[in-house]
Write a protein that binds this ligand. Sequence first.
Ligand code: 0O2
Length: 214
Amino acid sequence: MQIRQWNKILIPYEQAVEELKVKFKGIRTELREINEYSPIEFVTGRVKTVSSILEKAKKYNVPDDQIEEKIEDIAGIRIMCQFVDDIYSVIELIRQRDEKDLKVLYEKDYLHNEKESGYRSYHVIIEYPVQTAYGQKKILAEIQIRTLAMNFWATIEHSLHYKYKENIPERIRERLKKAAEAAHRLDEEMWEIRDEVINAQKLFEVKSNTVSSI
Ligand code: 0O2
């Protein structure tokens, strides 16, 4: 398949990513507006590059005409949370959405089953209906939910893959595993003082709202 054809295929995926970002950012804004705690800290999203899609298809022996049904993370949304238990609140928010909006297909729990690399995150695979110029198209998308610490680790580790591909030297691999454990400990420590932090943040927001309305 040619790049031009791919660009056309990817249009609904671009739209889905934009829409999903708006929806999850909207939840955050809404909760903050009413001075409620938001389990969502920030949201990002991306459409996989064509080269990365083709690489994955090759890795899993997926023929061109099955790529859209077999590769579930062409559209990807990432939701970052402050604390580990916020991840579960976000998962609930996703599960409770109307099926006409998005439909959860299945979930991958890399929080309890961390990957060999040290990767931790929670993935929810969804079916999402996009209204295109040619009617509705249902696409697959992956929502990754993680803490800020997990995201820090994954971002650094991911960047090393560009340099080393699958061949990250053992010495660095070991360091990364230790860093993953440290990130995990950081999440646990932060969780211990969660209530204290949330109260302080509420006070800070009330104060800045008061100052800005003067
Ligand atoms: P990008 O640049 O985000 O597209 P696979 O994709 O082959 O690893 P699978 O089962 O198809 O495995 O999907 P899975 O496990 O849901 O992983 C898909 C995505 O999760 C990855 O996409 C990463 O974003 C993230 N991920 C999974 N494992 C790791 C890991 O060990 N380290 C980091 N940093 N991220 C991971 P892509 O395609 O790798 O990257």
